[in-house]
Design a protein around this ligand. Sequence first.
Ligand code: NVA
Length: 304
Amino acid sequence: MKDKNFLSVADLPSNSVAQLVDRAHNMKRDKGARPLAGKEFALLFEKPSLRTRVSFEVGIRQLGGTCTYLSQQDVGLGVREPEADIARVLDRWVDGIIARVFSHRSLELLAEYCNIPVVNALSDLEHPCQAMGDLLTIKEHKGSLSDLKVTFVGDGNNVAASLALACASVGANFTLASPEDYQLPTPVLEEAKRRAASKESKVDWVDDPSEAVQDADVIYTDTWVSMGQEDEKAERIAIFGDYKVDEELVQSAKPDFLFMHDMPAYRGQELSEGMIDHNNSVVFDQAENRMHAQKAILAAIYGD
Ligand code: NVA
């Protein structure tokens, strides 16, 4: 790790991304290591969670550590108490903070005010643990990561941002198909393009989903209405109407394409009823691999 925190995929040098995927692959097979023995973690979650919470709790226990779950009701991040105070208090008791927040700025403040590592368990800008689990899933099914065409259809959101950075770091080509006003944030796009250039791969945007999925190795989608955007729900459902991934859209992908979704999946919105159970769907492998990737991230922070 470049520094103590894992707030963004960009916190890892490009070559470390591929190494972390390999480490996760090895940890999935070899369950013996206990690099977190004696370590205690605070899981600070402002938003709901199934996969992230359980996969961190189980993964930490498997590595010998323990954790305390704190909901927004318990903590009141930035409301009941400022991030700076919460960080300095938790620093006295625990060895790391794993936080799911509305504003990425909250993560930066937590990291700034404590000496212990802070891991991003989803913010409005990124979902880096998801992206690492996704690369593991792609590698398991495709054998390698470089030269693949990964197409994300929908909102250029937190999941898309981390996936773009992760793909660019390992030499996979990344295409986002989104409405013009829902592209990746400029700093993410610039960093992803910089990483892609050094691997001779590409990061592209098109507004036409049919064009984007041509010959794709991976088709990925996510909700059109992320947590915190509930007020925009009706508007977003109207704007993203042409971006639904269904059996017809995926026909021009490679025959062995992977269908991916980080879940929760809203059938009838970003994907058709049948896509989760499509023959090419690997969504439950993705869910499982979140845990292996997160274990590798924590082992990289604490074990070396
Ligand atoms: N983009 C979604 C991901 C959920 C795991 C959200 O932020 O709500």
